[in-house]
Ligand binder design. Sequence first.
Ligand code: FE
Length: 198
Amino acid sequence: MYKLGYGLYVLTAKTAEGKDNGCIINTAIQVTTTPNRISICVNKANYTHDIIHETGEFNISILSEKADFSIFTHFGFRTGREVDKFADFKDAVRSNNGLFVVTKGVNAFISAKVVQEVDLGTHTMFIADVTDGGVLNQDPSATYSYYQEHIKPKPQKTEVKGWRCKICGYIYEGEVLPEDFVCPVCKHGAVDFEKIEG
Ligand code: FE
C-alpha cells in the first residue's frame, strides 16, 4: 500500500458558530470535469469531518514541496476538539466562502460544496462541486513520497531499543510492542510500527 501515490492537503472547515478547524488529508481527487467535482475521504474521528457533515462546505489547501514539517504537526497530529488550531496560526487567509486557506507551504486552494456523502465505515467520502479556487505560486505540489523522503524528519541514530511509528516517528521504548498498542501521537496501530535495529 505504501507504493500508492497521493498528494497532501490541509482540509479546512468552519462551524455554523464560526469555529475554524483543519486537518491533513491525502485523499483529494477530481472525480468529474463537467461538472467540476472532487471527492475527499475523511476519518470520522476527525473534528473537521463532523463540521463538513454539518455545513457541507470545505476548502483544501494544496501542500507544496516548500511545506515544512511543522504544518503536519500543527494540523495533523492533534485534534481540533481539544485545541483551536487557528488561534496561534498566522499563515492563513479567508477565501470567498469565509473559510480559511493556508498560505504557507501551499501552492493553490480549492473551495467546494458537498453534493453527496458516502458512508464508508471508518471514513466518509464527500463528493463536492468546486465553487472557487486560486493559484498562490508555482511550487510543485507535495506528494506523499516527497513528504516521506524530504519533509518528515529522518529517524535519529539512537541507542534506544524499541519500536518506531512509521507514520509519525514516535518511539515506543521496550522489547515487546503490545499488539493493541496505539500511537499516542498519530493514532495508528501496532501494525504501523517497525522494530529499531541497534
Ligand atoms: Fe504515530
